[in-house]
Design a protein around this ligand. Structure first.
Ligand code: F6P
Length: 525
């Protein structure tokens, strides 16, 4: 099937996407739900290629795997775990059974405990909350707290992730240890960065008159370790190993978000995710937004061979969405072997990167428009901002968003470029100047447009991307829920620590590493 798809892609590679447009295309190549619209009409996908892509999804067993995931089957086969972050947002659904036990009573009880604690903190004397975590225990809540800042009526939230002491030092600077709550977020409660930062925060609190026994909370699956750290059970919010780190912001790891926007806002976020889950489970073929988003992704990366994917939110408050999606997509689908251990027949997932518009327009869009590689772009934009008094800003923002996808699609021909400079140059100089002003165009993009970035909508967007990653992973035949690729670096860092500290030698290391260690030690001496 891959060869057939690649041949189809090669056969249409040079055709004009603009030429595909007839009266029906915009509707036919968009998916609209009650809550948002995903437009992929500005891609080189036509009805035939789409049918072939849908057949690929069918042949890969997407529907069966989806049902298996929602029902609690252990689809994370390399770790022998279920994949049930969807249970965390299953507010109005029925039982979800893992190993013969309905997990929903515990999920809902933990949510209620989180809400009670969040209310207590929000109505008490705590002014600042520091979430200490990294990867999935940081990126989700950090992204969401920024995204939902118009709904923020709780304590200020800060995020410390990097083991670089600069991070925690800068965050602690100016905080009052007596009115600060530290939330240690770590699924395993063994992650070196998080535990190092947590110990530093505890020492700071003690030194500055705070009370760690009352001002620390923990979010983890490892209740033994949270207890060893000295955090009382009442302030430990546990979850199960069937919640992957990068899929965990819907449960306890979302506590800082809940403290910021309140339990009702947090539940609205969950409901947005739950609504997308239902859509994903029941919408058929071309009506299914996560499925179509995934198929567009597969078409661009594995079929057409574009190495990267730009995520471009025209929504300043989604400024951290590209970072968040980098972990979600690249840690999930950056794998080169299939579930059965054999080599993938196609490329793994793409490099995901991006930044909010319009800022990116004044930085890297030059390359997107005129560079030699095609970079499929994924635009996101809200119909409405949260600042009605600044509607003219929002109009300008939306105009820029739509203009960019139009420019990518249309480009500017040599004749049009010549006409542009005709008044200023002539002869050979005109030709030279015109050449620089040509835009190849025919560059693919998609647009996700939603009413307003409220908690429900953010829940929809995040669940949409989660399911997109799931579908792409199934089509690639990989396990999207493990991350063995992060292990080697961790092991080597642990082994190098004594070398850096000067208590062990760098013998046996490669020449480059030895030279770097020597330079470091010479500089320190
Ligand atoms: O190193 C990768 C990773 O395991 C991620 O998958 C995870 O989100 C992150 O580290 C943090 O892990 P933990 O929540 O266990 O501290």
């Amino acid at each position: 099937m891959w060869n057939d798809l690649k041949q189809r892609a090669a056969a249409v590679a040079d055709r004009s996407i603009l030429g595909l447009f007839d009266e029906a295309r915009a509707e036919a190549f968009s998916v609209q739900t009650q809550h948002m619209r995903f437009d992929y009409a500005k891609t080189n996908i036509d009805a035939d290629t789409r049918a072939a892509m849908l057949a690929l999804a069918d042949a890969s067993g997407v529907a069966a795997r989806r049902d298996a995931m929602f029902s609690g089957a252990k689809i994370n086969e390399t770790e022998g775990r279920a994949v049930l972050h969807t249970a965390l947002r299953n507010l109005d659904g029925g039982p979800v059974v893992v190993d013969g036990v309905d997990v929903m009573p515990d999920v809902l009880a933990t949510l209620d405990r989180m809400a009670a604690y969040a209310d207590e903190v929000r109505s008490g004397t705590i002014t600042d909350v520091i979430n200490i975590g990294i990867g999935g225990s940081d990126l989700g809540p950090a992204m969401a707290v920024q995204a939902l800042s118009p709904y923020h009526d709780g304590p200020r939230c800060h995020f410390v992730s990097n083991v670089d002491g600069a991070h925690i030092a800068d965050v602690l600077e100016g905080l009052d240890a007596k009115t600060t709550l530290v939330v240690v977020a770590s699924k395993t409660f063994t992650t070196i960065e998080t535990m190092t930062n947590a110990r530093t925060a505890r020492a700071w609190m003690l030194d500055h008159g705070g009370d760690p026994s009352a001002q620390f909370a923990a979010l983890s699956t490892n209740l033994e370790k949270t207890s060893d750290f000295g955090i009382p059970e009442a302030r430990v919010f546990g979850f199960e190993d069937w919640v992957g780190g990068r899929y965990s912001m819907w449960g306890p790891i979302g506590l800082s978000l809940m403290m910021a926007i309140g339990p009702d806002g947090f539940r609205a976020f969950l409901r947005g995710g739950q609504d997308m889950d239902r859509h994903f489970q029941v919408a058929e073929g071309v009506e299914n937004m996560p499925l179509m988003l995934a198929l567009v992704g597969i078409w661009h990366r594995q079929v057409q061979g574009h190495a990267t994917r730009a995520v471009l939110p025209y929504d300043q408050r989604l400024g951290q969405l590209p970072n968040y999606l980098q972990q979600l997509e690249m840690e999930s689908n950056g794998k080169s072997v299939a579930m059965d251990g054999t080599a993938l027949p196609v490329q793994s997932g793409p490099v995901v990167w991006g930044a909010p518009g319009t800022n990116g327009q004044h930085a890297f869009y030059q390359l997107i428009h005129q560079g030699t590689s095609v970079i499929p772009c994924e635009f996101l934009v809200a119909c409405e901002g949260h600042e009605p008094e600044l509607k003219h800003h929002h109009d300008l923002l939306v105009a820029n968003c739509f203009a960019q996808s139009e420019a990518l699609l249309r480009g500017r021909s040599l004749d049009e470029a010549r006409a542009k400079v005709a008044g200023s140059f002539e002869g050979a100089e005109l030709e030279r100047q015109a050449a620089h002003r040509v835009f190849e165009g025919n560059r693919p993009s998609t647009t996700l447009i939603y009413p307003k970035l409220d908690p429900f909508t953010l829940g929809q967007i995040i669940a949409l991307y989660e399911h997109r990653v799931f579908v792409e992973g199934i089509i690639l035949g990989i396990n999207s829920y493990d991350q063995w690729g992060v292990e080697l670096g961790k092991e080597l860092a642990t082994a190098l620590q004594p070398v850096i500290e000067g208590t062990a030698t760098a013998d046996g290391k490669d020449g480059s590493t030895q030279a770097l260690v020597a330079y470091l030690h010479a500089h320190r001496a």
